[in-house]
Design a protein. Structure first.
Lengths: 215, 811
């Protein structure tokens, strides 16, 4: 199964650890998803929902934020959501225990890349259906999972862009209405001139008529 | 005593020439030119001659006439090669210093890392063409350095248009703006750069480490990574394991806790080893379908070294016994390589291939192309280019997936290195070759292999590397030499980079460098360390621009020129022919000396004249012509020749220079005078002797250091003291035939000799075996072939070669 697991610091999106598993058969281009994952980690902040699933075509991003660290898991959309979050929860527990204190201090990307070994093992046990697992713990987490918001990856990545689009549209509107106003004024004056001209032509004709008729 | 008359302006050299024997044999025995003696008796000369060639007092009168140009630098001093005999400096030649302002030169890149053939760059291409010398750079970018400043910062300051890294040779227009020294664009200094972490001060961007060091390493931010750093992956791939499995034990491979390891063996079938955690012992999986190769259990063939250490050790113990009784003579190397490529596909990594015979089964099968009767032929040598493009294609696939293939050839027979070598050449691997390797009969070769393998396994390694070489506007790079794949015009793809790899590039001048005082060159190597850190190592070299031919000649670096010419000649012999390459090298010497004579010398005089900085050029060219790679007429095995070619292209200049022109020392009278003191060990420093039999004497012992091998020649009537105190034998007759290890005797002489040999060996990353040579030794001819200045049946002596050059020049 193709999958991508990434752990990043929420404050600046610095990647801390990652694990990639490519599947020869699916032949999917993970490069694209990897850059999406990086972008996503940079977009997330303290205001982002703590747990979320983002749809990206036939793949899904599941993420979980805890103690300023984001745990992100990309897998096929068909993969059970509850397993995905149970897996992320497991990673969180282990990662926090091992490196939790050092997270704020590191500056180098992928400082805890050695966590990869643990990620791979854990993932294997979650992905492999035959692996004996504690179903009870899954069931209790099921409740939490139901509350997880579902959103589309494109929406999240483009949220900022649509706001700026709205802004430009509004400013366009302002300039258009200004133009309308000046145009209206111009039209008004023109029609006034036309009226004045018509009246004066009539008066002149009248004067000429009076003068030649009466005299 | 005769009066020191005024320097004779005429041609005294002619009368000197009379004294000078025209026969090469006599030339060898000739005393220093009488004129030199004459001058010496007249001028009070200090007893100890200064190091570095003949002192001014030894100038012949004809040269004294030149003293009117008293301002000429030492490099341009005119030397008549036909008259001056002792040109070889007694110590290894230091690289020339570029003629730069002192403050720039002080921070310039170390010449061992980055070196140019011309330390003064000509202003125009036509000027360069006139000088007839090749323009190029020689690099050793990943050299082990004892001091390397490392910078971690979130933004790496680079030029916005040409992406050059900020370096010591940029100019700061003011505090906030800097001008790129390669494309001359003015860039802003980012806020972060204003703070200097070293001095903890603000507002001094020019004092940052990036601007103070010509060699620096950056820790790259995540923008420099296409994918997360992959673990260090090592795959060992061998046709037999009988002799090298035990070596892998107890060696710490570079890497972190993620390091992965795997093993593949093959004969007519391919064997994989399942090392999955939890197994009680390794499982061997045999795939016999070599035409359509597949991986039996893709997940468990490459395993984490830390977690499966015991299984790996088990396997290493059992491997030699597994193949002890095999009678298999077939080798499906091509399919096995394809299988290994599949295994490494997801992560990339390093593949070490140990091959003992010609692959003769399946894809990539090769046939023996060597005719042993043609080895000594003076005619053109055939089969220098690959027989099939299978290995090149596979290497390019490997390169695309960040896999490097290193080849160890342990063979007594022809292995077609021309074809097999491609697998390493294009995937940025390295080639090791041990001719006539036998784990019982050839202990010197075994020791050499073991030491090399140890170094190979423990040395630093960089994964997923790329190297880009940039140069100032107006100059361009057109040809690269070394092991790599050129991905785009200036980007070299290096799946692995190792500290023993050298590179060379050729350059041309596209636009005139009219208004420039200096030009710069920058090599940036981006790699992932075995610990999973992405790093960028940047070297910047700055050189002056000159507009006169004499300045160009004054700045010529004869060793670098020789190294670059050797690379070019290797290419030429593959694309055209060996004789073409040989002619080209001779012509290079003729052309540059002719150009010097015509354009630089103001006073024409007879003789073969060269500037002092090029005085060794004809000698080095002759040495190249007699080198294993290019020689003709002397019996040379095709693989030996090709391996020498590989080495010339791939090795850093210091090591290839020793291969081209070995160093000869007299070692029976080592003394502590002028000795170095390293780590409380006294290392004697004997002087380098010319490579001529005339320098050998029966009463002495000599050490020849040919880079990858050393010979200790013991004279027939050598002083008994040396025999007993150093070799530990009572008489000359008792010197064993294949002695390759000096006994550790507790005498001053033994300690000195061993300290000197040890010191020579420590300077290089590979292990040169030592052979003690007597008159009857098998290796004596090999030793004598290195006597470059002497005449052989098929090649000219140095003096004859000089006469040939002179004849061609005066034509």
């Amino acid at each position: 199964m193709t999958s991508l697991t990434m752990i990043a610091r929420v404050t600046d999106g610095l990647p801390l650890a990652a694990s990639v598993q490519e599947d020869e058969k699916s032949g999917r281009d993970l490069q694209h998803y990897q850059s999406q994952a990086k972008q996503l980690c940079r977009k997330l902040d303290a205001q982002s929902p703590e747990r979320c699933t983002l749809e990206a075509g036939d793949m899904s991003f599941h993420y979980l934020i805890a103690q300023d660290v984001c745990y992100l898991f990309l897998c096929e959309a068909s993969f059970a959501k509850r397993s995905a979050f149970a897996y992320l929860e497991d990673l969180r527990g282990e990662f926090n225990g091992r490196y939790g204190r050092r997270v704020a201090a590191v500056t180098r990307p992928y400082s805890f890349i050695e966590f990869d070994t643990y990620i791979q093992k854990t993932k294997k046990s979650f992905v492999d259906r035959r692996a004996p697992r504690n179903f009870g713990s899954i069931n209790t987490e099921l409740q939490d999972v139901q509350r997880i918001m579902v959103a589309n990856i494109e929406e999240v990545l483009q949220r900022g862009e649509s706001l700026s689009a709205l802004d430009t549209k509004a400013s366009n509107l302002t300039s258009l209405s200004k133009k309308y106003r000046s145009d209206a004024k111009y039209l008004n004056t023109r029609s006034t001139y036309a009226k004045v001209a018509a009246v004066s032509v009539f008066l002149i004709t009248l004067i000429i008529y009076v003068r030649f008729w009466w005299l | 005593p005769p009066q020191p008359g005024p320097p004779q302006p005429g041609p005294p050299s002619r009368h000197l020439g009379g004294h000078y024997p025209s026969l090469p044999l006599g030339y060898q025995n000739a005393a220093p030119p009488p004129a030199a003696i004459l001058t010496q008796t007249l001028v009070p000369v200090p007893l100890s001659q200064p190091l570095g060639g003949p002192g001014p007092a030894q100038l012949s009168p004809s040269l004294a006439a030149m003293s009117l140009q008293s301002s000429t630098p030492e490099a341009l001093r005119v030397v008549n090669l036909l008259q001056e005999r002792n040109l070889l400096p007694p110590i290894p030649i230091p690289p020339p210093t570029p003629c730069l302002q002192q403050d720039l030169q002080k921070i310039n890149c170390n010449p061992e890392v980055f070196r140019s053939t011309l330390t003064s760059i000509p202003q125009t291409q036509s000027l360069l063409n006139k000088a007839k010398m090749p323009l190029g750079l020689l690099l050793h970018p990943f050299k082990d350095l004892s001091q390397l400043p490392v910078v971690t910062s979130s933004t790496i300051v680079r030029c916005r248009s040409c992406r050059t890294y900020i370096n010591p040779f940029v100019s700061f227009l003011d505090q906030r703006r800097w001008k790129c020294n390669l494309c001359y664009r003015v860039n802003d200094v980012p806020e972060e750069f204003m703070y200097n972490p070293v001095s903890r001060s603000y507002g001094e961007p020019h004092k940052r480490p990036e601007v103070q060091n010509a060699t620096i390493e950056f820790i790259a931010p995540s923008e420099y990574m296409l994918r997360p750093p992959q673990p260090a992956v090592y795959l060992f791939h061998s046709s037999t394991w009988s002799h090298n499995a035990s070596l892998l034990d107890n060696i710490k491979l570079p890497g972190d806790s993620r390091t992965k390891i795997g093993f593949v063996t093959f004969d007519s079938t391919i064997h994989f080893y399942n090392l999955q955690e939890g197994l009680s012992q390794p499982q061997m999986l045999i795939v016999s379908d070599i035409d359509d190769i597949f991986l039996p259990t893709p997940d468990s063939l490459l395993v984490n070294l830390n977690e499966c250490k015991e299984l790996v050790q088990d396997l290493l113990k059992s491997l030699p016994t597994l193949f002890q009784k095999t009678m298999e003579t077939q080798s499906a190397l091509g399919s096995a390589l394809q299988a290994a490529y599949k295994l490494l596909l997801p992560t990339g990594g390093r593949m070490s291939v140990f091959q003992t015979q010609l692959p003769n089964l399946g894809v990539g099968a090769l046939q023996s192309r060597e005719d042993p009767n043609q080895r000594a032929s003076a005619k053109d040598v055939q089969h220098l280019s690959p027989a099939t493009d299978f290995y090149k294609k596979l290497a390019l696939d490997c390169s695309g997936q960040q896999v490097a293939v290193d080849l160890f050839l342990l063979s007594s027979q022809y292995c077609d290195l021309a074809s097999l070598g491609c697998i390493s050449r294009y995937s940025a691997g390295s080639v090791y070759y041990y001719p006539s390797y036998h784990h019982q009969h050839n202990p010197a070769q075994v020791e050499c292999f073991q030491r090399d393998l140890k170094r190979y396994l423990t040395r630093k390694i960089g994964f997923e590397a790329v190297m880009r070489i940039r140069c100032s506007k107006g100059m361009s790079i057109h040809t690269f030499h070394g092991n790599f794949f050129v991905r785009s015009t200036d980007l070299l793809s290096l799946p692995n980079v190792n500290p023993d790899a050298g590179f060379a590039v050729q350059m041309s001048i596209e636009e005139n460098l009219d208004d420039m005082q200096i030009v710069s060159f920058q090599a940036a190597l981006l790699y992932t360390s075995s610990k999973g850190e992405r790093r960028i190592r940047v070297h910047t070299l700055c050189l002056p621009v000159v507009n006169s031919l004499s300045d160009i000649f004054a700045g010529a670096d004869v060793q670098a020129i020789t190294g670059l010419l050797a690379c070019m000649a290797v290419d030429r012999s593959a694309t055209a022919s060996l004789s073409d390459a040989r002619d080209a090298m001779t012509n290079a010497a003729i052309d540059s000396l002719a150009s010097y004579r015509q354009s630089v010398l103001s006073i024409q005089q007879p003789g073969l004249l060269a500037p002092a900085c090029l005085r060794l050029f004809p000698l080095f060219i002759l040495a190249l012509l007699k080198q294993k790679a290019f020689r003709t007429g002397t019996s040379t095995r095709l693989d030996d020749r090709l391996f020498a070619m590989c080495q010339l292209k791939y090795q850093p200049l210091v090591y290839s220079m020793l291969m081209i022109h070995p160093a000869l020392y007299r070692v029976d009278d080592l003394s502590d005078e002028g000795a170095l003191n390293i780590n409380e060990r006294t290392v004697p420093q004997p002087r380098v002797l010319q490579l001529s039999v005339e320098k050998l004497s029966r009463e002495a012992a000599f050490l020849m250091d040919a880079g990858t091998v050393m010979y200790l020649w013991v004279g027939r009537s050598c002083q008994p003291a040396f025999l007993t105190q150093v070799l530990g034998v009572s008489s000359y007759a008792a010197v064993p035939d294949n002695l390759h290890l000096l006994p550790e005797l507790d005498t001053a002489e033994s300690q000195r000799t061993r300290a000197f040999i040890g010191w020579l060996r420590d300077q290089r990353p590979f292990f040169p075996p030592l052979h003690v040579i007597r008159d009857e030794s098998q290796l004596k001819p090999t030793f004598m072939q290195n006597m470059i200045e002497d005449r052989t049946e098929s090649a000219l002596s140095y003096y004859e070669f000089l006469l040939h050059l002179q004849q061609q020049i005066s034509k």
